[in-house]
Design a protein around this ligand. Structure first.
Ligand SMILES: Cc1ncc(COP(=O)(O)O)c(C=O)c1O
Length: 391
């Protein structure tokens, strides 16, 4: 007699693939002597004064849940930070929510606003979670190809061409992962114009806002009439080297924050208490450490981009985040083949561009948040590899 076994995973789960980045790094973890330009996280430990604040709080026994919205002091500090940085007013009690990183912010934002079948427009390539979170929320991702020729900027006309009566939102993330692209205020204003005309919500992931080199970051919510329709996501992982503390935030209209909060209170309860204490210290006195790290990243960025171009991997100049995104098309390999062969033959880990969407094919992501010595050694190994595979 045959027994019918129910399918263990939902239809939505079956539509999404495991992250291409993680799969690749399981392979890296099993090898020795690898130089990793792979994982997108700072090589710095969190600045000591931030760690110390969290250690003291634990010593004092501050180990309980916080308010579901996040510690009032942290929300007030963030509200002040957004006012000082962008002249934006967010009420810390109703328009601001502390999340478990921007990762939770993307999940909450998509689940809070989407109904089944709603379409969400986003750039391709883009950060790995945008597409999957939209699918998990029952929506349909609509990808807009971007390319090296236009510095991986998202064009307002390309968005406009994809708007239908099902379009609910646009997700953007500048400075961008994986490309390092930033967008000028003018170009973002063109996107805002499309959003306004079609009454679209804009989810703006600005986790790399502080990591820009020689240009000014534009916060999307500062564009005319955009504050009410923007869900701004920010976090501490990258700028303050705090990936493991798991703290981010979302700001939006009262109505949207209330909707996101409903999901957050049942699924997360509150972001980690120690992390929130650390985030308060980061906001109060982390500025100097951030500036030092940015200067360091900038030195590495210049070496990385110049080096990649020199070894025959054309790379546009990324003005933000800590990624270079060179073209590997000249080798005739796919980006997965390139990354896998480079790892096995030269022990350098990069991430295949295809992990970030079809538009990433033909590129690899090189994270330069690693020491200059390692970057130089990695470039020399990659140069040898490219010479061997040049067509
Ligand atoms: C663009 C982007 N958004 C969000 C995240 C997730 O960050 P968090 O650590 O705040 O969850 C990352 C992490 O790599 C990222 O690159």
């Amino acid at each position: 007699m045959s027994i019918r076994v129910p399918s263990v995973s939902s239809g939505r789960i079956n539509q999404i693939a495991p992250s291409g980045i993680r799969r690749f790094f399981d392979l890296v973890a099993s090898m020795e002597g690898v130089i990793s330009l792979g994982v997108g996280e700072p090589d710095f430990a969190t600045p000591w004064h931030i760690r110390e604040a969290a250690i003291y709080s634990v010593e004092k026994g501050y180990t309980m849940y916080t308010s579901n919205l996040g510690m009032p002091e942290l929300r007030r500090e963030l509200s002040r930070y957004l006012k000082d940085s962008y002249d934006l007013d967010y009420d810390p009690d109703s328009e601001l929510l502390i999340t478990v990183g921007v990762s939770e912010g993307v999940d909450l934002a998509t689940r809070a606003i989407l109904d089944p079948g709603d379409e969400v427009i986003m750039p391709d390539p883009c950060y790995v979670s945008y597409n999957s979170c939209v699918i998990l929320a029952g929506g349909t991702p609509i990808m807009v190809p971007t390319n090296q020729k236009s510095n991986f900027e998202l064009s307002a006309a390309d968005i406009e061409a994809r708007v239908t009566d099902k379009t609910k939102a646009i997700i953007i993330g500048y400075p961008a992962n994986p490309t390092g692209a930033v967008m000028s205020r003018d170009k973002l204003a063109q996107i805002a114009e499309v959003a306004r005309r079609h009454r679209l919500v804009v989810i703006s992931d600005e986790i790399y806002a502080s990591l820009v080199y020689g240009v000014k970051h534009t916060c999307f919510a500062t564009l005319p009439q955009m504050k009410e329709s923007t869900i701004l996501l920010g976090g501490f992982s990258k700028a303050y080297a705090m990936t493991g503390w798991r703290i981010g935030y979302a700001t939006a209209s009262k109505e949207v924050i209330a909707a996101m909060f409903k999901i957050h209170q049942y699924t997360i309860m509150c972001a980690p208490t120690m992390g929130q204490v650390a985030a308060i210290e980061a906001l109060k006195s982390g500025e100097e450490s951030v500036t030092e790290m940015i200067e360091d990243y900038n030195r590495r960025r210049l070496v990385m981009v110049k080096g990649l171009n020199k070894i025959g991997l054309p790379c546009f100049e990324p003005k933000g985040a800590f990624y270079a995104f060179p073209s590997i098309k000249g080798t005739g390999l796919t980006s997965e083949e390139f990354a896998e062969k480079l790892l096995l033959q030269e022990k350098v880990a990069v991430v295949p561009g295809s992990a970030f969407g079809k538009g990433g094919e033909g590129y690899v992501r090189c994270c330069y948040a690693t020491s200059l010595a390692e970057i130089e050694e990695a470039l020399s190994r990659m140069g040898r590899f490219v010479a061997k595979h040049a067509k």
